[in-house]
Design a protein. Structure first.
Length: 476
């Protein structure tokens, strides 16, 4: 039994706690507004007619996952209200450890608004029936809001999936092998358009062309054309063609299918490989010039490649980018004009070796140097005929990244060696030396001739002088 004194003390403590709680609630306006909003939602939920829509993860036992459930789950997890819930589950990704994702837990309620209507999502977990998402909205908003809202959910979810997507690099196996012909690995190439070393104006044109392509579904459909784009990249090895393809795939958020034509047995095999590729992908064919040169005697193989580039089977999938590469300068490739004609190739891009401008850009990125006292010698090395690829310059700078001066000196030495091995530069130097030597010899001959002319003119003057003046001159 509690004594009167203890009872009074307990009553006082309870009263003080209640007073402090009330005081804290009054002082914390945000908490008060939160409680009022909850009270308002509770009153609204019990006084208005609502309708619920259940989106199950699986339909039957053997049915695949419901795409709408996957997109709705990604959309709801990205809502700010999901993080503001009282209970939230967080996950991270293996490939991106600093990227966190919210996962709904059973009974969690997330509020959203669309076109002035209030909607709520609730997650249900069931061992027998499977997971499900329940969408709840007012019955009077059903016809006005439901379908536009679901389309909005799918659009936003696709953008979220693209941002979190792990890009795949597919390569084709040799013909005749069992199993799937395309095998994939995660594409981890870090190249982006911002890190590419190329002409800024050309880079801006390519970026704008790709952006127009991404938005061109309705445009291509109106023209009656297949929604695809093709690029032809050519230039010496090590000039950035592969990095450009990786940057393009990352910009588009597309997978890459690298097609090795040497593993293709026939035109039919080539068509079946093309049919196994997915939309929203980059199809890469490297060293097209070498393959066509090796297949010069096989007209059927060449015809198969040309049909692959723009034939009927190339139209079996939309939103594709086709990229063909060739090693060497265009004049030396000796490609059939039919290969790169408009319709088969939409955009031709030349990748030259580095010049002084590209060197300065790479030095700023690799070495953190914007200007240096040795830059004049580097520029002289390029002007004297020295040629280095982006890969060669990058290797020199990476190996000497701790000492920019040593890296630039090694670049100068490499340019001098390249210039000495360049026949055009050596010939130019020899011709220049011969011209200079000829000028010196001509100068000596001219001085001799000038002296003889003066002596001859002086002797004529002496003969014409009077004898007395001639004697005076001789006496002097």
């Amino acid at each position: 039994m509690i004594s009167p004194a203890a009872g009074d003390l307990l009553s006082t403590a309870i009263a003080a706690a209640c007073f402090l709680f009330l005081l804290r609630t009054i002082i914390s306006l945000k908490s008060l507004l939160f409680l009022l909003s909850r009270l308002f939602r509770w009153v609204e939920a019990h006084t208005q007619a609502h309708q619920t829509f259940t989106i199950r993860r699986y339909g039957d036992d053997d049915s695949p996952e419901n795409p709408l459930y996957r997109k709705a789950a990604a959309y709801v997890a990205a809502l700010p209200a999901a993080e503001d819930s009282d209970h939230t589950s967080l996950f991270s990704f293996h490939s991106r450890p600093n990227d966190f994702s919210v996962h709904l837990i059973p009974g969690q309620n997330v509020i959203d608004s669309f076109l002035g209507a209030r909607l709520s999502w609730n997650f249900l977990s069931g061992a027998d029936s499977g997971d499900a998402l329940v969408l709840r909205l007012r019955r009077q908003d059903r016809h006005r809001v439901l379908r536009p809202y679901l389309r909005h959910v799918e659009t936003v979810a696709e953008e979220i999936e693209l941002r979190r997507k792990e890009f795949k690099l597919y390569s084709n196996a040799a013909a005749g092998r069992s199993g799937r012909r395309w095998r994939s690995v995660t594409m981890s190439h870090p190249a982006t358009f911002d890190t590419l070393v190329m002409d800024p104006e050309l880079k801006a044109r390519i970026r704008a062309d790709l952006e127009l392509f991404l938005k061109g579904r309705a445009y291509y459909s109106r023209l009656g054309r297949v929604w695809k784009r093709s690029y032809f990249l050519y230039g010496p090895p090590g000039t950035g063609k592969s990095s450009f393809v990786a940057a393009m795939a990352r910009f588009l958020c597309y997978n890459v299918y690298e097609l090795d034509l040497s593993r293709v047995s026939s035109a039919g095999d080539l068509r079946s490989l093309l049919l196994d590729t997915s939309p929203r992908s980059v199809i890469l064919v490297e060293d097209l010039d070498r393959y066509l040169a090796a297949a010069a005697t096989g007209e059927a193989r060449i015809s198969g490649v040309l049909c692959f580039m723009d034939g009927v089977f190339s139209c079996c999938g939309e939103e594709r980018i086709m990229v063909f590469t060739a090693t060497g300068e265009k004049e030396a490739l000796e490609l059939d004009p039919a290969v790169v004609r408009p319709g088969r190739v939409d955009f031709q891009i030349h990748f030259p070796r580095c010049d002084f401008t590209a060197f300065k850009t790479m030095a700023g990125s690799y070495l953190g140097v914007t200007d240096h006292k040795l830059y004049a010698q580097v520029e002289e090395g390029f002007q004297s005929g020295g040629k280095l690829s982006h890969a060669e310059l990058g290797e020199i700078m990476v190996a000497n990244r701790c000492s920019p001066s040593r890296a630039i000196k090694n670049v100068i030495s490499a340019l001098q060696r390249s210039a000495s091995l360049n026949p055009a530069a050596v010939e130019k130097k020899e011709v220049g030396g011969k011209v200079e030597e000829g000028i010196r010899e001509g100068g000596r001959e001219f001085r001799k001739l000038y002296g003889l002319i003066r002596m001859h003119s002086w002797s004529k003057k002496e003969k014409k002088m009077p004898p007395e003046l001639n004697g005076a001159v001789a006496g002097d």
